[in-house]
Design a protein around this ligand. Sequence first.
Ligand code: UDX
Length: 437
Amino acid sequence: MKDNNKICVLGTGYVGLVSGVCFAEMGNLVTCIDRHKDKVEMMRKGKSPIFEPGLSELMKKNIKKERLFFETSLKKGMKGATMVFICVGTPPKKNGEADLSHVKKAAQQIAKNLQKYTQIVIKSTVPVGTSAMTERLIRRHCKAEFDVLFCPEFLREGSAVGDFLKPDRVVIGATDKKIARDLVQVFKELKAPIFVTNRSSSELIKYASNCFLANKISLINEIANVCEYTEADVEEVAHGVGLDKRIGPHFLKAGIGYGGSCFPKDVHALNQYAGAKGYDFKLLKAVIKVNQQQRDNFVKKIEKRLGNLKDKRIAVLGLAFKGNTDDIRESAAIEIIKALTKKGAKIQTYDPEAINRAKEVLDGQVRYFRNPYSAIRNCDLLAITTEWPEFKKLSWRKIKTLLKNPIILDGKNMLDGVKLRKMGFDYQGVGTSNGTK
Ligand code: UDX
């Protein structure tokens, strides 16, 4: 055990909990802090408050090895810690700007408990200048020595543990390379390239990465829309384009647009930040517009098939913003269901994990089912809105007998359209109108 690395992680959302658990897995002594007593009790038993493959197992293992602890008291967590990670939320304000109130509060609490030199590492996604602002804030409240560093997190929900332990790169922002030495040491064993830069650059790297990926998705969605006027198939186009090493094959999946807790928020935040500085970020504005349009187009396609949606029964498979998560934040599926129910449609839906969360935001026009076949029974159309791997394995023969009309609109281009058309389905993906997919 490396007893020189005693780490405190403030905040146990996706980033905080996964980081804390993985730091423990890497051999560090970790205490994760959350102000909710019930949540802390639950986590102490090795139960993860979020659905994330592999996370509970790692929690249990490291709790047993006595290197992972959960506390409500920051004072206890910071006792003897050489590093404190700030992993609190930075939700969007109404105007898109990142709300830094949790970061500021965390900084004040840390300041109150600082006794000796500590490295304070911000992992929350924050606008350029936040590390410097945090440093000033802490300095105002305490006399102990400290440094503030920034270390963005690039993990994806659904593959968070793997992404954390096998990252493409680790980025560290510090005022001086020497200050970054200890943090470099923590990440060294991950055998990933470690890039140390100044704090402002590191803060912008996180936003730029997410905006770049969101841009890639919106671009392929625009290509998909053009495909629908032609004989081209966006799946084939994306494959051919992605073979170019300069472009790469990832994040070229066309569909109903990106959702989740990061892309929408971060694209809006960078657009807002640039605007506030006096720069009009036209490309990001277009990315946002295209993303909304993909959702609207999908609803229009359903209307084109069914005409007036009043009292039409539509099966929607998928509520989460993507597969392998129960997270519905900014989920295209939820927005599409809201638009359909507004037009009078009756929705029957199934999702392996996200039903309970969806119930909190959708109204009474939606019926939830614990298996996909029951959701599909007697429907006028089937819409696929989340890329859950299990949807690929459904019995389409059975589904053909359950649907009133054999129409499938695949918003995630995840099914085998050739096979389904052969079976007599009227199948349509996004940008795949000529039927090669
Ligand atoms: C993202 C970033 O990938 C991650 O680096 C960052 O730390 C947090 O934000 P996440 O939101 O968990 O991760 O999911 P991701 O897999 O990136 O997907 C985001 C959205 O884009 C989903 O709605 C997904 O369905 C959509 N998507 C993704 C596409 O529509 N097409 C693609 O090719 C890839």
